[in-house]
Write a protein that binds this ligand. Structure first.
Ligand code: ADP
Ligand code: ADP
Ligand code: ZN
Length: 215
């Protein structure tokens, strides 16, 4: 069959980025992630939309959702160009989920479940390679040399929105906006729940088996 279309759902910090890397390696699909796409366009002028902030970065630094008009367009283009994908960070509200239904067909919808306090710890300790985007955690998956990427030697940085205050706001936004997205797939019996609390390799083992079951 052609390459699978996989949707990875879960709250901020659940391990979507980490597990997406495994999926890319295993299946050779594209990683489509709205968070990274928006971070590359933080300063884009969206003042013509007449919304609360003039750039995506304004919403992101406040922990709020960037308007659907902006995000839907990014996803549509990326999915059209992909031969198989793992989609991460989208949909984050019900309107986005309905839009996604119109533009693509999913083979697997997996939800990574992790308790709230663990999420706060994961996010405030997260560090990202400025060069290649690899994820680290100061405690749970530290690099060999502090502040330096194992893979490419790039500098490890903390995201502007990974502060405790913004993290808590993002988790509230998740409960309010993204929980209905989970129900949207659950009602249609399309959702596979994965225990996201174990070590990254254990989570991958369960996720991999679930994907193999569906494709
Ligand atoms: P995390 O890795 O913590 O899940 P992301 O990198 O996916 O976070 O997203 C960071 C920020 O980018 C979000 O807080 C939000 O402001 C914006 N964003 C990402 N995806 C979307 C989306 N689908 N809809 C609206 N805003 C989004
Ligand atoms: P998301 O993309 O869902 O926001 P990430 O993959 O960026 O999540 O993971 C958030 C943080 O938690 C990162 O610092 C990552 O290294 C760490 N992490 C990911 N998976 C696990 C895990 N299973 N156990 C402990 N820490 C993890
Ligand atoms: Zn790197």
């Amino acid at each position: 069959m052609s390459q699978p279309n996989i949707l990875l759902l879960g709250p901020p910090g659940a391990g979507k980025g980490t597990q997406s890397s495994n999926i890319v390696e295993e299946y050779g699909v594209d990683h489509v992630t709205t968070g990274d796409a928006l971070r590359s366009n933080k300063g884009m002028d969206i003042s013509d939309l007449d919304v609360e902030y003039d750039t995506p970065g304004g919403f992101m630094d406040a922990g709020e959702l960037v308007p659907d008009e902006v995000v839907n367009e990014i996803v549509k283009t990326a999915l059209q160009e992909a031969d198989g994908y793992v989609l991460d960070g989208y949909p984050r509200n019900l309107d986005q989920a309905k839009y996604l239904d119109e533009i693509t067909e999913l083979d697997v919808v997996a939800l990574l479940e992790v308790p709230r306090e663990e999420l706060v710890e994961r996010l405030t300790g997260r560090r990202i390679c400025d060069e290649c985007g690899t994820n680290y955690h100061v405690e749970f998956s530290p690099p060999e040399e502090a502040g330096v990427c194992d893979k490419c030697g790039g500098e490890l940085i903390q995201r502007d929105d990974d502060t405790e205050e913004t993290v808590r706001e993002r988790l509230n936004v998740f409960d309010e906006n993204t929980q209905p997205v989970i129900d949207h797939y659950d009602i249609r019996d399309e959702l596979v729940r994965i225990d996201g609390e174990g070590a990254p390799d254990e989570v991958w083992e369960e996720l991999h088996a679930a994907i193999e079951d569906e494709v």
